[in-house]
Design a protein around this ligand. Structure first.
Ligand code: PKZ
Length: 144
């Protein structure tokens, strides 16, 4: 049997991989009607704010103190979010520089669907934070 045939056979016996959230649950928040746009979906800006908070809490923990968001270098909106969805933001420290930290943040919703509950990845992005002194100047991120 050729190598490629062998690989095909293995693949046909495996169930498709189910994606799970990446990182640690940093915040949960219920999307409310006040967070909707005129189309009936949750505003992207509200989602970004929740993700920034989730990344900021994680960066604050890792940097052992005050941080500020300096950049969002990647952001994807995969699916719409609706009122009543429970937004769950997961954060993963992917890079620590001298004064900066990059946190990959994924937002998933926990959505009731009759008696079932669906968990869906709705957004993800890379948030860069800089560790700050009390006067607002940058500082070195301490070793863990
Ligand atoms: C037990 C109790 C717990 C309490 C728990 C409380 C938790 C509480 C959580 C709150 C969570 C709040 C989360 C929201 C946080 C905001 O909303 S902050 C508000 C918005 N952000 C701001 O106002 C920041 C404004 N910017 C600044 O003040 C200045 O840019 C800064 C941040 C002081 C940096 O200035 P600078 O000295 O010119 O920095 P510079 O040398 O150019 O760059 C510094 C680092 O950033 C990197 N960088 C800069 N620009 C970029 C860029 N565009 N892309 C990538 N990297 C970049 C550089 O590469 C460098 O990295 P390192 O090589 O040092 O690792």
């Amino acid at each position: 049997m050729s190598e490629s045939n062998s690989r095909d056979e293995t693949a046909s016996h495996q169930s498709p991989e189910v994606e799970t959230p990446r990182g640690v649950l940093a915040i949960r928040q219920v999307a409310m009607p006040a967070n909707l746009n005129s189309g009936g979906n949750v505003f992207g800006g509200w989602l970004l704010a929740q993700m920034d908070l989730a990344g900021g809490i994680t960066a604050n923990d890792r940097a052992q103190g005050r941080v500020a968001t300096v950049a969002i270098t990647a952001m994807e909106f995969h699916l719409p979010v609706f009122a009543g969805d429970v937004l769950c933001c997961y954060a993963d420290v992917t890079h620590v520089g001298t004064s900066s930290l990059t946190i990959h943040v994924q937002a998933w919703v926990h959505r009731r669907n009759g008696t079932d509950v669906d968990d869906l990845k709705v957004t993800e992005g890379d948030f860069v934070f800089v560790a700050l002194e009390q006067d607002g100047s940058k500082r070195v991120v301490p070793q863990p």
